[in-house]
Design a protein around this ligand. Structure first.
Ligand SMILES: Cc1ncc(COP(=O)(O)O)c(C=O)c1O
Length: 500
């Protein structure tokens, strides 16, 4: 168990004029803190000297209370070491939750008053997103990250810190990083933007959340790709929106079907460069159709451009935002795939007339993004490490992808189809005869294979069953064995017809 530093003083209030002597008040407070589990076995207790100073009392009552607690077995005092909460307390003393907590655990929903919070019940569990092992989706080659360069830049930035660095940063994000991102997006992604339109956010997820607050009301309809990106869709579920699943084919989201299902929808969440999860690239005709629909109906397009840096068969596809002449596209990008996800840095490109609304909304959510790593990332890009890293990773991922495709063909042969292997860090393997992909995914997790079941990416009835397999963090040497294990798990799984 993590120990609390000895200098952390438990909250104890002393009433010097009270009827109870001070040593007794100290004794009772400690005893209660232990019984309630606020102080745990093994945790350090502040020295009598420090504690007396903190309480503003003389040391004698503290010594007396501590002695009593030691005598009764609540504290353990050790020669030459700090006093600790006894490690031999019976469990019932230390793990019993206070009565009011127990009561609430029995009926959590009865305590929730916000109707929106009740929508949490609609979000489906997804244990397969957790593990660090073969096939994890959205995971990068962590061991290939240029850590030496990164630590040098971190150290340099730390040395350069001034009083300003400790203060709240720019609400839109550091100007240096925004300029760098704007340059990069103009060149590499054909995005029309100026630095003033870039907002640095805590990953695409926050970008989607801010956009939802600015542009949509509870009850607003939004087109969601079917199958699509679950975590993005979850934002709109919790915002009380009406999610309209719109099927995806080889040209991307079916705009005509979207119009048939809900012409007046307020927005569409799309992944045009690399549809998640199926991997298709939205065709030029569909892009125009989508932009025309948005313009005609005053709808918004949220372009989630999450991994377009990695294309293996062709050059990167220009962004949809770059084709938009009417300011209907909100462009969303992330450093999660090109650097690493725990960095939690991404960006929004906001149409100029909406900047103020986004800014004020963001300010109400988290005031401003943390500054330090924005500066480190700007240095990393400006000094050429970013481009170099992407080039290296593109080669590595291409090799891993080819190995994965070969291994799948070898193990599964004609029984499956592979989609989306031309780009990104994942592909989809779908089965011609449907399988129970969720139960396989759950069992695969027990063997450290983190496949995502394809059916979990559908809002409504799944059209296909299979798996999303990430290959970013799966070492080439592990791929054949992992695919063989997956085949074994699939063979053991009961097949399950699906309704279409
Ligand atoms: C479709 C899609 N969008 C965005 C992201 C990245 O999200 P974030 O920037 O919040 O890490 C992912 C990660 O797997 C993704 O699959």
């Amino acid at each position: 168990m993590k120990k609390v530093a000895s200098s952390v003083v438990p909250v104890i209030s002393i009433d010097r004029n009270g009827a109870k002597p001070v040593h007794r008040q100290i004794y009772d407070s400690y005893r209660e803190a232990i019984m309630q589990g606020n102080l745990r076995p093994g945790q350090k207790i502040p020295s009598t000297r420090l504690f007396a100073v903190e309480l503003g009392v003389s040391r004698y009552p503290v010594i007396e209370a501590y002695a009593q607690l030691v005598a009764e077995g609540y504290f353990e005092s050790r020669v030459g070491a700090a006093t600790i909460v006894s490690q031999n307390l019976p469990d019932r003393f230390t793990t019993a939750a206070p009565a009011h907590v127990k009561e609430s655990l029995n009926s959590p929903s009865s305590r929730i008053s916000a109707r929106r919070t009740a929508l949490v019940g609609q979000l489906r569990p997804s244990h397969w997103t957790r593990g660090l092992g073969a096939f994890g989706v959205g995971q990068v080659a962590y061991d290939q990250f240029p850590l030496q360069v990164w630590s040098r830049l971190v150290a340099r930035r730390t040395r350069k810190m001034t009083v300003r660095s400790f203060h709240y940063g720019e609400q839109m994000g550091s100007i240096m990083l925004r300029q760098t991102v704007a340059n990069y997006l103009r060149i590499a992604r054909s995005v029309h933007c100026e630095p003033e339109q870039i907002m640095i956010v805590s990953g695409s997820q926050q970008a989607i959340a801010i956009t939802a607050r600015v542009l949509l009301d509870p009850g607003s309809s939004i087109w969601i790709e079917e199958p699509g990106y679950r975590f993005g869709a979850d934002v709109f579920t919790l915002a009380g929106c009406n999610l309209v699943p719109v099927p995806v084919d080889k040209e991307g989201i079916s705009v005509s079907e979207g119009i048939r299902r809900d012409r007046m929808a307020r927005a569409a969440l799309v992944t045009p460069s690399h549809q998640f999860p199926l991997g298709f690239t939205m065709s030029a005709a569909r892009r125009l159709q989508l932009l025309t629909w948005a313009q005609d109906h005053g709808a918004w397009i949220l372009e989630d451009d999450y991994d377009s840096e990695y294309r293996y068969e062709s050059l990167p596809i220009p962004s949809l935002q770059g084709m938009d002449a009417h300011g209907r596209v909100i462009y969303i990008g992330t450093f999660s795939k090109v650097l690493f996800p725990s960095l939690r840095l991404g960006y929004l490109v906001i149409p100029k007339d909406l900047i103020e609304f986004f800014l004020k909304t963001r300010h109400a959510m988290d005031l401003a993004p943390p500054t330090f790593y924005q500066d480190v990332v700007a240095d990393f890009i400006d000094e050429g490490h970013f481009e170099r890293h992407i080039r290296r990773m593109r080669l590595l991922y291409r090799e891993r992808r080819s190995l994965l495709v070969d291994s799948i063909s070898e193990e599964f042969g004609e029984a499956v189809e592979i989609d989306g292997s031309e780009a990104g860090m994942h592909l989809v393997v779908s089965f011609k005869t449907s399988i129970d992909d969720r139960s396989v995914a759950e069992r695969a997790g027990q063997q450290n294979l983190w496949v995502w079941p394809l059916t979990a990416s559908y809002l409504k009835t799944p059209e296909k069953t299979g798996f999303i397999l990430g290959f970013g963090s799966t070492a080439s040497s592990d791929i054949p064995v992992a695919v063989r294990t997956l085949r074994k798990l699939v063979k053991e799984a009961p097949s399950r017809p699906i309704a279409i």
